[in-house]
Design a protein around this ligand. Sequence first.
Ligand code: SAM
Length: 294
Amino acid sequence: MASKIPIGSPVRTQAIVNRYFVKAKKNLGQNFLVDQNAILGIVAAAGIEADDQVIEIGPGIGSLTEQLLLAGAKVFAYEVDDSLPPILQTELPQKINGVSLADRFKLILKDVLKADFKADIGDFFDFSKPIKVVANLPYYITTPIIFALAESDLHFASLTLMMQKEVAERLEAKPGTKAFGPLTIAVQTQMQVKLALTVSHNSFMPRPKVDSSVVVLTPLTDKPAISNREHFNWVVKMCFSQRRKTLNNNLKTLVPDKDERKQLLQCLGIDGHLRPEDLTIAQFIEIAKEIPAK
Ligand SMILES: C[S@@+](CC[C@H](N)C(=O)[O-])C[C@H]1O[C@@H](n2cnc3c(N)ncnc32)[C@H](O)[C@@H]1O
């Protein structure tokens, strides 16, 4: 039996890939982190402290998981690739500060988009305490998982998520910019968005085509009142249906009558000649309130 890979080794990912002949599965968004600075950067951005309860999405071969455990977190992980758990069970530290791995780490083989968090996690976590989500996300689930987490009834302290740089830019965009759109608005009405770090594509194995960013999302304590979120998201989507056209044009589907449209915009004090990206989030909330739900 080959000797154990040292805990916290900066070449851990490469060593595990070599030892277990791991072939990254493109269809599962497998881009394993090889850059120790990036891994430690994610743990720092998440502000992991002893006994933090962390949900990790896609532990892969455990490069990030190991550092979460060493920082003192208790980790519950969702993974879909059934070839990986045996590697994790062998290569993760068997004891962390005198506590056994089984008491600090639990994995469920399940698509996180089908998660029933409280039922899946059971008594592994104390749900009266806040939970942190930390993940180097498989890119293909970035948007749906953010929506699913935002809608879940778990008490989150924060979501620290690695994603494609371009998606991160959309999340933190300001009005008046090209990146500002329905995703920005859906997220910023629920969470504060902070860009923590940018990670070069060279930090992954295999190397993706584009760079990534780590974003920290923190639930807003003072969320704007949006009574029907589905309706709100739909109105916003319709307002952006033709980005290059004016708001007045985009509103035609929602308010077909020209005079009614004019009156609505006048009443709200919004210039119909503006492009949708030039409106503020507060203005979208006002528009949605005036449009009857389907
Ligand atoms: C980008 S890799 C990250 C691996 C590891 N955390 C790292 O940073 O090196 C994404 C991981 O998510 C897993 N995954 C893909 N789709 C998933 C899903 N729907 N639910 C849970 N895990 C998923 C992949 O198998 C892979 O291990």
